[in-house]
Write a protein that binds this ligand. Structure first.
Ligand SMILES: NC(=O)c1ccc[n+]([C@@H]2O[C@H](COP(=O)([O-])OP(=O)(O)OC[C@H]3O[C@@H](n4cnc5c(N)ncnc54)[C@H](O)[C@@H]3O)[C@@H](O)[C@H]2O)c1
Length: 421
């Protein structure tokens, strides 16, 4: 019999999770999306209708989370704005319900610790929806790094210049420190998780941060995720054409890895009129250009400046024992070794969420509660992002263990106070 899944938060990412579920059901039946919840009935209806159109089954609609929890679900998928993640997770654990929550794990490190401890105390699964590392091209990049394809990694450059004067995703809550933490966290946890996935733990960092584009204009949604946001109902600054954001939009940081490697992580959402990125890892024998997630484009390995990067076959030859896991392979027609793919953004976006759902169901059914991005992994990524904000705030280097355990938390204090934790 299928486990019953409930989804709370039927906005843009909620719709993408609905598509993930639709993809999941093509290959697995261990979950039945029994219920969807949003405080705006129209948003929940949009998601329920999308699921019904493709699976023939309409999830029950709720506008009150506690009522959905009491309806008999086994697990909940939390896709609300970040402020609600820990509140809804703690309520779920109290009700004996397993949790998958979108990244960032929670609005502060303290909120994360409450979630981690409650899941542990109740013996329930807590999985964080950090999907980038699950992309087969990131799996290949990791295998190549571990196989020494570029020698010993010495330094990493991750520079992401974007945003500008537009309000991120045209969502009012992202303007508020109390609901989002910072736009640095929104983008930053993905980058931090990948850096840790590729190069191991980060021990300390120092950063400068700032707010350079405080006035943001509602320009609507653009690009490949716009379609997922058309049904959502805006309730924060809904009648304002411009919105003032109250947190840092830019961070330039230096990372110290436990391995001895160093890295630069620069993120801005305030680059007006221009966007670009650098994403490389440099080793003793060569350089890897990291794959742009969800494109199917492989990593590029440069060993000598005079030569073309390694071919796809040359890369696969370097990792003869590497293969993607069976669940991921199921979504690629059973193919478990590949050095590129060509399925389009929408398809890979669905697949990565579907993999998270499949893993959650297995962790519940097998009772081993093992998930790849568990509380510890989710917290490490958030600790890098908050480490950057805390370091920028304090004007000094911070250690990641101090961020993890709350010894350094001044930047987050007002968010915790507002959240009452
Ligand atoms: N993994 C990724 O690539 C990715 C991408 C985008 C967003 N996200 C994350 O997903 C989450 C949601 O982001 P989004 O862009 O979908 O935001 P959104 O504003 O589009 O959706 C959030 C939804 O939650 C609902 N909601 C808020 N409080 C609620 C409550 N108390 N009860 C019921 N419903 C409530 C809102 O009405 C809204 O429909 C955020 O944590 C964000 O960081 C992750």
């Amino acid at each position: 019999m299928s486990l019953k899944l409930g989804l709370v938060g039927c906005g843009g990412m909620g719709m993408r999770h609905a598509h993930g579920y639709i993809e999941f059901r093509k290959h697995f039946d261990s979950f039945d999306l029994a219920a969807v919840c949003d405080r705006h009935e129209a948003a929940a209806d949009g998601v329920a209708s999308a699921v019904e159109a493709e699976t023939g089954h309409r999830p029950e609609i709720f506008t009150d989370y506690e009522t959905m929890l009491a309806s008999g679900i086994d697990a909940v998928d939390i896709v609300t704005d970040t402020r609600m993640h820990h509140i809804f997770a703690l309520q779920a654990f109290e009700a004996g319900v397993h949790v998958l929550t979108e990244k960032p794990m929670a609005v502060t490190m303290r909120a994360c610790r409450l979630m981690r401890d409650a899941a542990e105390a109740k013996g329930l699964v807590l999985s964080i929806g950090e999907q980038y590392r699950r992309d087969p091209m990131n799996r290949l990049a990791k295998a190549l790094l571990d196989a020494g394809a570029i020698g010993d990694p010495g330094f990493a450059m991750k520079v992401s210049l974007g945003g500008g004067s537009a309000l991120m995703h045209d969502t009012g809550w992202r303007a508020l420190k109390s609901r989002a933490g910072s736009v640095i966290i929104e983008q930053g946890v993905h980058e931090a998780d990948l850096l840790i996935y590729f190069l191991g733990d980060i021990e300390s960092l120092s950063a400068r941060t700032g707010l350079f584009a405080p006035t943001r204009v509602r320009e609507g949604m653009h690009g490949q995720i716009a379609q997922f946001y058309s049904h959502r109902v805006e309730d924060a600054f809904a009648d304002q054409q411009t919105v003032e954001i109250d947190q840092e939009d830019t961070a330039i940081s230096v990372l110290n890895f436990a391995s001895g490697a160093i890295g630069q992580l620069t993120i801005t959402n305030a680059s007006i009129g221009y966007g670009t990125g650098i994403n490389t890892i440099h080793g003793s024998a060569g350089t890897m250009q990291m794959p742009p997630t969800r494109t199917g484009i492989p990593p590029k390995i440069h060993l000598e400046s005079s030569r073309e990067p390694l071919s796809e076959q040359e890369m696969l030859d370097l990792v003869p024992d590497w293969s993607i896991d069976d669940v991921t392979a199921a979504f690629f027609g059973g193919v478990n070794r590949m050095a590129s793919y060509d399925v389009g953004f929408e398809a890979i976006d669905r697949i990565l969420v579907a993999i998270e759902m499949a893993e959650l169901a297995t962790a519940i059914e097998s009772k081993d509660r093992n998930v790849e991005v568990d509380a510890e992994v989710g917290m490490k990524a958030l600790a890098v992002s908050y480490g950057i904000l805390e370091s920028g705030h304090a004007g000094q280097q911070v250690s990641l263990s101090d961020i993890m355990d709350g010894t350094v938390a001044e930047y987050q204090a007002e968010i915790d106070r507002e959240a009452g934790i």
